[in-house]
Design a protein around this ligand. Structure first.
Ligand SMILES: [Zn+2]
Length: 269
């Protein structure tokens, strides 16, 4: 799947999940919490592809998402790719093929999504709002890059960086006091997990079973069979999948916001 589809899938899963929590468990969130969770989950749904760097020094190549913060995120992606490759070789068994780069390995595993979600939660718990602003800045940047890819491309990374900073700062001053913010960690973790599922329905596949060894392979690539798998960037992905995800997101958002709007209307009348 391509960047915009990943980001969109993160946003719609978060909205649909929030709607289900509200509807079936009576768990309500403020509009701000909803918006922040949705943006963070959209950003989280791009995070695993920060393992694909390009030519850092020439500011070229890499996953689109690796270009979010210019050379800074390209460098980050470079490091992540090398670390992933290191983990691949450290855990590879005799039947795992040799690889020359770490894309779609460590960051596309379930332990990684758990680690990222837990790490985010731990940071928020330890540093409160100061951790929150850093995480939001990072995730908002990824979400902007993913959801508004054409705008981001035209605007350039400096504008994307400034817009993310402004959004993070606004949230920072509006968000109620120190309280740990476990939903932010959850949103990052869920987003990363949704990314893996998205890659799984394309032909390339992901090592979702890692670290379970199967037939002397630790890195078994799992995907849908070629006949039904999506081709990345195909018409089906760009038109059908994105339209379906948008409909889900809009329906969930309306379902979440409409009752409180109606209620307010009742009170005023
Ligand atoms: Zn991926």
């Amino acid at each position: 799947m391509m960047g915009p589809s990943h980001a969109l899938s993160g946003a719609s899963v978060w909205l649909a999940g929030s709607w289900a929590l509200d509807h079936f468990a009576g768990y309500e969130q403020s509009p701000l919490a909803l918006a922040v969770g949705t943006a963070v989950c959209a950003g989280g749904a791009l995070f695993p592809d920060l393992d694909l760097s390009g030519k850092v020094t020439r500011n070229q190549g890499g996953a689109t998402v690796a270009r979010t913060f210019g050379v800074f995120s390209l460098f980050f992606a470079e490091v992540m790719e090398k670390v992933s490759l290191g983990v691949y070789y450290a855990t590879k068994l005799s039947k795992d093929p040799r690889r020359s780069n770490g894309h779609r390995t460590l960051t596309h595993t379930i332990p990684f999504t758990v680690l990222v979600g837990w790490g985010t939660t731990a940071l928020c718990a330890a540093y409160g709002k100061w951790a929150v602003i850093g995480i939001l800045f990072f995730m908002f940047g990824l979400a902007l890059r993913g959801l508004f890819d054409e705008w981001a491309e035209r605007a350039g990374w400096v504008v994307v960086t400034l817009a993310s900073l402004a959004a993070a700062w606004f949230t920072f001053v509006t968000l109620p006091g120190d309280r740990g913010y476990p939903m932010i960690g959850l949103a990052v973790g869920v987003g990363s997990f949704v990314h893996i599922l998205g890659d799984m329905i394309t032909r390339a596949g992901v090592p979702i079973l890692w670290p379970i060894p199967i037939k002397r392979r630790m890195w078994t690539m799992v995907s849908l069979p070629d006949s039904i798998a999506l081709r990345a960037g195909s018409k089906t992905e760009v038109v059908v999948v994105r339209a379906a995800l948008t409909v889900i997101a809009v329906l969930a958002a309306v379902g979440l916001v409409a009752p409180s709007v109606l209620q307010r209307f009742d009170i005023e009348v």
